[in-house]
Design a protein around this ligand. Structure first.
Ligand code: FE2
Length: 375
Protein backbone atom coordinates (compact mmCIF):
# COMPACT_ATOMS: atom_id res chain seq x y z
CA UNK A 1 0.00 0.00 0.00
CA UNK A 2 1.21 3.47 -0.84
CA UNK A 3 2.01 5.19 2.48
CA UNK A 4 2.04 8.70 0.96
CA UNK A 5 -1.10 10.83 0.98
CA UNK A 6 0.51 13.79 -0.81
CA UNK A 7 3.84 15.49 -1.30
CA UNK A 8 5.26 18.75 -2.59
CA UNK A 9 8.71 20.09 -3.04
CA UNK A 10 10.66 23.26 -3.50
CA UNK A 11 14.35 23.68 -4.17
CA UNK A 12 15.38 23.15 -0.54
CA UNK A 13 13.04 20.47 0.72
CA UNK A 14 10.57 17.69 0.14
CA UNK A 15 7.38 17.80 2.24
CA UNK A 16 5.40 14.59 2.66
CA UNK A 17 2.04 13.96 4.33
CA UNK A 18 1.75 10.26 5.08
CA UNK A 19 -1.54 8.36 4.96
CA UNK A 20 -1.47 8.04 8.77
CA UNK A 21 -1.56 11.84 8.98
CA UNK A 22 2.06 12.30 10.08
CA UNK A 23 4.34 14.63 8.13
CA UNK A 24 7.98 14.78 7.11
CA UNK A 25 10.00 17.69 5.80
CA UNK A 26 13.27 16.47 4.34
CA UNK A 27 16.18 18.67 3.34
CA UNK A 28 17.57 18.26 -0.17
CA UNK A 29 21.07 17.79 1.21
CA UNK A 30 19.91 14.97 3.53
CA UNK A 31 18.12 13.26 0.65
CA UNK A 32 21.20 13.40 -1.57
CA UNK A 33 23.44 12.20 1.25
CA UNK A 34 21.09 9.26 1.91
CA UNK A 35 20.73 8.23 -1.74
CA UNK A 36 20.28 4.43 -1.89
CA UNK A 37 21.29 3.99 -5.55
CA UNK A 38 24.19 1.70 -6.55
CA UNK A 39 26.41 4.70 -7.34
CA UNK A 40 25.95 5.94 -3.77
CA UNK A 41 25.74 2.75 -1.71
CA UNK A 42 27.26 -0.68 -1.75
CA UNK A 43 24.17 -2.81 -2.35
CA UNK A 44 25.59 -5.78 -0.42
CA UNK A 45 26.28 -4.05 2.88
CA UNK A 46 24.59 -0.65 2.54
CA UNK A 47 27.82 1.26 3.14
CA UNK A 48 28.00 4.79 1.79
CA UNK A 49 30.23 5.22 -1.26
CA UNK A 50 30.19 9.01 -1.51
CA UNK A 51 31.79 11.60 0.74
CA UNK A 52 29.92 14.58 2.16
CA UNK A 53 32.43 16.85 0.40
CA UNK A 54 31.29 15.37 -2.96
CA UNK A 55 27.87 17.01 -2.46
CA UNK A 56 27.52 20.77 -3.06
CA UNK A 57 26.17 22.52 0.06
CA UNK A 58 23.64 24.38 -2.10
CA UNK A 59 22.30 21.22 -3.78
CA UNK A 60 18.57 21.48 -4.50
CA UNK A 61 15.62 19.43 -5.73
CA UNK A 62 14.90 20.01 -9.43
CA UNK A 63 12.00 17.57 -9.67
CA UNK A 64 10.18 14.93 -7.62
CA UNK A 65 7.65 12.37 -8.84
CA UNK A 66 6.07 9.10 -7.79
CA UNK A 67 6.85 5.93 -9.71
CA UNK A 68 4.91 3.07 -8.16
CA UNK A 69 6.28 2.50 -4.66
CA UNK A 70 9.25 4.78 -5.26
CA UNK A 71 9.81 8.51 -5.05
CA UNK A 72 12.11 9.74 -7.82
CA UNK A 73 14.13 12.87 -7.13
CA UNK A 74 16.29 14.79 -9.60
CA UNK A 75 18.84 17.04 -7.97
CA UNK A 76 20.21 20.35 -9.15
CA UNK A 77 23.93 20.84 -8.90
CA UNK A 78 25.30 17.37 -9.65
CA UNK A 79 22.29 16.33 -11.80
CA UNK A 80 21.97 13.07 -9.84
CA UNK A 81 18.75 11.05 -9.83
CA UNK A 82 17.75 9.12 -6.68
CA UNK A 83 14.91 6.68 -6.24
CA UNK A 84 13.69 6.14 -2.68
CA UNK A 85 11.52 3.23 -1.64
CA UNK A 86 8.54 4.79 0.17
CA UNK A 87 8.75 2.43 3.15
CA UNK A 88 12.46 3.20 3.49
CA UNK A 89 11.68 6.92 3.55
CA UNK A 90 8.97 6.50 6.18
CA UNK A 91 11.13 4.26 8.39
CA UNK A 92 14.27 6.35 8.12
CA UNK A 93 13.14 9.97 7.92
CA UNK A 94 14.54 12.07 10.72
CA UNK A 95 11.23 13.81 11.47
CA UNK A 96 9.46 10.66 12.63
CA UNK A 97 12.28 8.38 13.80
CA UNK A 98 14.63 8.91 16.68
CA UNK A 99 18.32 8.12 16.51
CA UNK A 100 19.12 4.51 17.41
CA UNK A 101 20.26 4.24 21.05
CA UNK A 102 19.97 0.97 22.92
CA UNK A 103 22.66 1.71 25.49
CA UNK A 104 21.15 4.54 27.50
CA UNK A 105 19.02 4.31 30.62
CA UNK A 106 15.98 5.37 28.55
CA UNK A 107 15.61 1.93 26.95
CA UNK A 108 16.47 -0.18 29.99
CA UNK A 109 14.43 -1.90 32.66
CA UNK A 110 15.86 -0.49 35.89
CA UNK A 111 15.71 -2.68 38.97
CA UNK A 112 16.26 -2.97 42.67
CA UNK A 113 16.44 -5.99 45.01
CA UNK A 114 12.66 -6.41 45.15
CA UNK A 115 12.45 -6.70 41.36
CA UNK A 116 13.94 -10.24 41.52
CA UNK A 117 11.77 -11.66 44.28
CA UNK A 118 10.57 -14.34 41.87
CA UNK A 119 14.08 -15.22 40.72
CA UNK A 120 16.97 -14.03 38.63
CA UNK A 121 17.04 -14.00 34.81
CA UNK A 122 18.41 -17.46 34.00
CA UNK A 123 19.12 -19.62 31.00
CA UNK A 124 20.29 -23.21 30.77
CA UNK A 125 23.55 -23.27 28.84
CA UNK A 126 22.50 -26.12 26.54
CA UNK A 127 19.50 -24.02 25.49
CA UNK A 128 21.70 -20.97 25.08
CA UNK A 129 23.88 -22.97 22.65
CA UNK A 130 21.18 -24.83 20.72
CA UNK A 131 17.89 -22.95 20.92
CA UNK A 132 17.74 -19.53 19.23
CA UNK A 133 14.71 -18.58 21.33
CA UNK A 134 16.51 -19.32 24.60
CA UNK A 135 19.62 -17.47 23.47
CA UNK A 136 17.50 -14.50 22.35
CA UNK A 137 15.82 -14.30 25.77
CA UNK A 138 19.20 -14.47 27.55
CA UNK A 139 20.80 -11.77 25.41
CA UNK A 140 17.71 -9.59 25.81
CA UNK A 141 18.07 -9.96 29.58
CA UNK A 142 21.63 -8.62 29.31
CA UNK A 143 20.45 -5.71 27.18
CA UNK A 144 17.39 -4.83 29.26
CA UNK A 145 18.29 -5.89 32.82
CA UNK A 146 22.07 -5.88 32.46
CA UNK A 147 22.74 -9.51 33.33
CA UNK A 148 21.82 -13.16 33.01
CA UNK A 149 22.88 -16.28 34.92
CA UNK A 150 23.73 -19.30 32.77
CA UNK A 151 23.54 -22.67 34.49
CA UNK A 152 24.75 -26.09 33.43
CA UNK A 153 28.10 -24.79 32.17
CA UNK A 154 30.83 -27.47 32.39
CA UNK A 155 33.08 -26.91 35.40
CA UNK A 156 36.17 -27.05 33.22
CA UNK A 157 38.95 -24.52 33.32
CA UNK A 158 38.72 -22.35 30.19
CA UNK A 159 35.09 -23.22 29.45
CA UNK A 160 34.25 -19.53 29.95
CA UNK A 161 36.05 -18.73 26.67
CA UNK A 162 33.79 -21.18 24.82
CA UNK A 163 30.76 -19.41 26.31
CA UNK A 164 31.97 -16.07 24.94
CA UNK A 165 32.44 -17.59 21.48
CA UNK A 166 28.70 -18.35 21.45
CA UNK A 167 27.84 -14.65 21.14
CA UNK A 168 30.99 -12.56 20.63
CA UNK A 169 34.72 -12.29 21.12
CA UNK A 170 37.09 -12.54 24.05
CA UNK A 171 38.56 -9.24 25.20
CA UNK A 172 42.07 -10.22 26.21
CA UNK A 173 43.81 -7.97 28.73
CA UNK A 174 47.04 -7.88 30.70
CA UNK A 175 45.41 -10.53 32.93
CA UNK A 176 45.33 -12.81 29.87
CA UNK A 177 42.26 -14.17 28.05
CA UNK A 178 40.83 -15.19 31.43
CA UNK A 179 41.70 -14.78 35.10
CA UNK A 180 41.29 -16.98 38.15
CA UNK A 181 39.62 -15.57 41.26
CA UNK A 182 40.66 -17.52 44.34
CA UNK A 183 42.70 -16.98 47.45
CA UNK A 184 46.36 -16.70 46.66
CA UNK A 185 49.44 -15.93 48.71
CA UNK A 186 50.83 -12.38 48.27
CA UNK A 187 48.10 -11.24 45.87
CA UNK A 188 48.74 -8.20 43.67
CA UNK A 189 45.03 -7.44 43.52
CA UNK A 190 42.52 -7.51 46.38
CA UNK A 191 40.17 -9.61 44.25
CA UNK A 192 42.52 -12.54 44.76
CA UNK A 193 42.01 -12.78 48.55
CA UNK A 194 39.10 -13.95 50.71
CA UNK A 195 38.19 -10.37 51.71
CA UNK A 196 34.82 -8.94 50.86
CA UNK A 197 34.73 -6.53 47.95
CA UNK A 198 32.45 -3.52 47.77
CA UNK A 199 30.23 -2.83 44.79
CA UNK A 200 32.33 -1.90 41.80
CA UNK A 201 32.67 -2.10 38.06
CA UNK A 202 35.78 -3.72 36.69
CA UNK A 203 38.68 -2.01 34.99
CA UNK A 204 37.60 1.64 34.75
CA UNK A 205 41.28 2.31 34.06
CA UNK A 206 41.00 0.71 30.60
CA UNK A 207 40.14 2.70 27.52
CA UNK A 208 37.70 1.51 26.34
CA UNK A 209 36.42 -0.28 29.39
CA UNK A 210 35.45 -3.94 28.72
CA UNK A 211 31.69 -3.80 28.18
CA UNK A 212 30.96 -7.30 29.45
CA UNK A 213 32.25 -9.42 32.25
CA UNK A 214 31.70 -13.12 32.85
CA UNK A 215 32.31 -14.96 36.10
CA UNK A 216 32.13 -18.75 36.04
CA UNK A 217 31.99 -20.73 39.28
CA UNK A 218 34.11 -23.87 39.14
CA UNK A 219 34.24 -24.71 42.87
CA UNK A 220 32.43 -23.35 45.91
CA UNK A 221 32.76 -25.08 49.25
CA UNK A 222 33.47 -22.03 51.43
CA UNK A 223 31.09 -20.34 53.81
CA UNK A 224 30.14 -16.91 52.52
CA UNK A 225 31.44 -15.50 49.26
CA UNK A 226 27.95 -14.60 48.00
CA UNK A 227 27.78 -12.47 44.88
CA UNK A 228 26.03 -9.13 44.86
CA UNK A 229 24.77 -7.33 41.77
CA UNK A 230 23.42 -3.82 41.58
CA UNK A 231 21.92 -1.68 38.82
CA UNK A 232 24.24 1.32 38.43
CA UNK A 233 21.77 3.13 36.17
CA UNK A 234 19.13 2.86 38.90
CA UNK A 235 21.63 4.17 41.47
CA UNK A 236 22.63 7.09 39.21
CA UNK A 237 18.94 7.90 38.73
CA UNK A 238 18.41 7.94 42.50
CA UNK A 239 21.35 10.31 42.89
CA UNK A 240 19.85 12.63 40.25
CA UNK A 241 16.48 12.50 41.99
CA UNK A 242 17.88 13.13 45.47
CA UNK A 243 20.31 15.83 44.45
CA UNK A 244 20.53 16.96 40.80
CA UNK A 245 23.61 19.08 41.56
CA UNK A 246 25.45 16.00 42.85
CA UNK A 247 24.55 14.10 39.69
CA UNK A 248 25.84 16.92 37.54
CA UNK A 249 29.10 17.19 39.49
CA UNK A 250 29.82 13.51 38.92
CA UNK A 251 28.92 13.55 35.24
CA UNK A 252 30.66 16.82 34.39
CA UNK A 253 33.94 16.38 36.23
CA UNK A 254 36.16 13.62 34.97
CA UNK A 255 38.58 11.78 37.20
CA UNK A 256 41.49 9.41 36.73
CA UNK A 257 41.43 5.69 37.34
CA UNK A 258 44.68 3.75 37.47
CA UNK A 259 46.04 0.24 37.88
CA UNK A 260 49.72 -0.52 38.26
CA UNK A 261 51.64 -3.70 38.82
CA UNK A 262 55.08 -4.90 37.82
CA UNK A 263 54.18 -5.01 34.14
CA UNK A 264 51.34 -2.53 33.62
CA UNK A 265 50.40 1.08 34.20
CA UNK A 266 46.85 1.53 32.93
CA UNK A 267 45.16 4.89 33.18
CA UNK A 268 41.94 6.45 31.93
CA UNK A 269 40.32 9.83 32.55
CA UNK A 270 36.56 9.37 32.60
CA UNK A 271 33.52 10.39 34.68
CA UNK A 272 31.80 8.36 37.39
CA UNK A 273 28.57 8.84 35.46
CA UNK A 274 28.67 9.26 31.69
CA UNK A 275 25.70 10.83 29.91
CA UNK A 276 24.78 11.22 26.26
CA UNK A 277 23.69 14.36 24.40
CA UNK A 278 20.23 14.06 26.00
CA UNK A 279 21.76 13.88 29.49
CA UNK A 280 20.72 10.22 29.76
CA UNK A 281 23.07 7.87 31.59
CA UNK A 282 24.98 5.60 29.21
CA UNK A 283 27.83 4.29 31.40
CA UNK A 284 28.70 4.28 35.06
CA UNK A 285 32.04 3.61 36.70
CA UNK A 286 32.89 3.02 40.31
CA UNK A 287 35.86 1.19 41.71
CA UNK A 288 37.14 2.29 45.06
CA UNK A 289 40.39 0.40 44.61
CA UNK A 290 41.45 2.05 41.40
CA UNK A 291 40.45 5.70 41.75
CA UNK A 292 43.69 7.58 41.17
CA UNK A 293 44.69 10.78 42.99
CA UNK A 294 41.77 13.16 42.67
CA UNK A 295 42.94 16.33 40.95
CA UNK A 296 40.06 18.68 40.39
CA UNK A 297 40.04 22.48 40.31
CA UNK A 298 40.04 23.76 43.94
CA UNK A 299 36.60 25.36 43.60
CA UNK A 300 35.11 22.05 42.47
CA UNK A 301 36.93 19.80 44.95
CA UNK A 302 34.93 21.14 47.89
CA UNK A 303 31.62 20.39 46.14
CA UNK A 304 32.81 17.14 44.61
CA UNK A 305 33.37 15.20 47.84
CA UNK A 306 29.79 15.44 49.16
CA UNK A 307 28.55 14.33 45.71
CA UNK A 308 31.06 11.46 45.53
CA UNK A 309 30.19 10.37 49.07
CA UNK A 310 26.46 10.60 48.35
CA UNK A 311 26.85 8.35 45.29
CA UNK A 312 28.95 5.83 47.26
CA UNK A 313 26.33 5.82 50.02
CA UNK A 314 23.58 5.01 47.51
CA UNK A 315 25.69 2.14 46.20
CA UNK A 316 25.78 0.67 49.73
CA UNK A 317 21.99 0.56 50.09
CA UNK A 318 20.93 -3.04 50.56
CA UNK A 319 17.53 -2.47 48.96
CA UNK A 320 19.34 -1.93 45.67
CA UNK A 321 21.48 -5.08 45.88
CA UNK A 322 20.50 -8.55 44.79
CA UNK A 323 22.46 -11.22 46.68
CA UNK A 324 22.90 -14.83 45.61
CA UNK A 325 25.49 -17.56 45.81
CA UNK A 326 26.92 -18.66 42.52
CA UNK A 327 27.03 -22.47 42.43
CA UNK A 328 29.49 -24.64 40.50
CA UNK A 329 28.41 -24.73 36.86
CA UNK A 330 26.80 -21.30 37.04
CA UNK A 331 28.13 -18.33 35.14
CA UNK A 332 26.98 -14.75 35.40
CA UNK A 333 27.26 -12.55 32.35
CA UNK A 334 26.82 -8.85 33.01
CA UNK A 335 27.12 -5.42 31.44
CA UNK A 336 30.25 -3.91 32.94
CA UNK A 337 29.16 -0.38 31.96
CA UNK A 338 26.02 -0.65 34.10
CA UNK A 339 25.97 -3.49 36.64
CA UNK A 340 28.10 -3.21 39.75
CA UNK A 341 29.21 -6.41 41.38
CA UNK A 342 30.49 -7.24 44.84
CA UNK A 343 31.44 -10.23 46.89
CA UNK A 344 30.94 -11.03 50.53
CA UNK A 345 33.92 -12.24 52.54
CA UNK A 346 34.33 -15.99 52.70
CA UNK A 347 35.95 -18.49 54.99
CA UNK A 348 39.60 -19.41 54.72
CA UNK A 349 38.66 -23.09 54.70
CA UNK A 350 37.08 -24.74 51.72
CA UNK A 351 37.72 -23.84 48.13
CA UNK A 352 36.26 -21.05 46.07
CA UNK A 353 37.36 -20.89 42.49
CA UNK A 354 35.86 -18.61 39.88
CA UNK A 355 37.18 -17.85 36.43
CA UNK A 356 36.51 -14.48 34.90
CA UNK A 357 36.83 -13.08 31.41
CA UNK A 358 35.84 -9.98 29.49
CA UNK A 359 34.08 -9.38 26.23
CA UNK A 360 32.55 -6.35 24.54
CA UNK A 361 28.96 -5.20 24.31
CA UNK A 362 29.02 -4.51 20.58
CA UNK A 363 29.52 -8.21 19.75
CA UNK A 364 26.68 -9.26 22.05
CA UNK A 365 24.36 -6.56 20.67
CA UNK A 366 25.25 -7.63 17.13
CA UNK A 367 24.31 -11.26 17.89
CA UNK A 368 21.12 -10.06 19.55
CA UNK A 369 20.08 -7.94 16.55
CA UNK A 370 20.71 -10.83 14.15
CA UNK A 371 18.58 -13.13 16.30
CA UNK A 372 15.82 -10.52 16.51
CA UNK A 373 15.77 -10.02 12.76
CA UNK A 374 15.60 -13.81 12.21
CA UNK A 375 12.87 -14.32 14.83
FE1 FE2 B 1 35.38 -7.23 39.95
Amino acid sequence: MNPIQRFRFDRDKLSITWTDGSASELQALWLRDHCQMPASRNLANGQRLLNITDIPLDIGIADASLDGHRLVIDFTGDGHRSEFDLDWLRNNCYCLNQAQDDRSEAGKTLWDKQFFEDGLPRCHYAGFCNQPGARLAALRAVRDLGFVVLDGVDCESGEILQVIKQFGFVRETNYGPLFDVRTTVDPTNLAFTNLGLGCHLDNPYRDPVPGLQLLHCLESSTTGGESILQDGFMAAGILRQENPAHFELLSRNWINFRFRDGASDLQARVPFIEVNDHQQVIKVRFNNRSIDTLKLPPAIMREFYPAYRHYAEILEREELQVVFKLQPGELMLFDNTRILHARKAYSATGTRHLQGAYSDLDGLYSSLRRLESDA
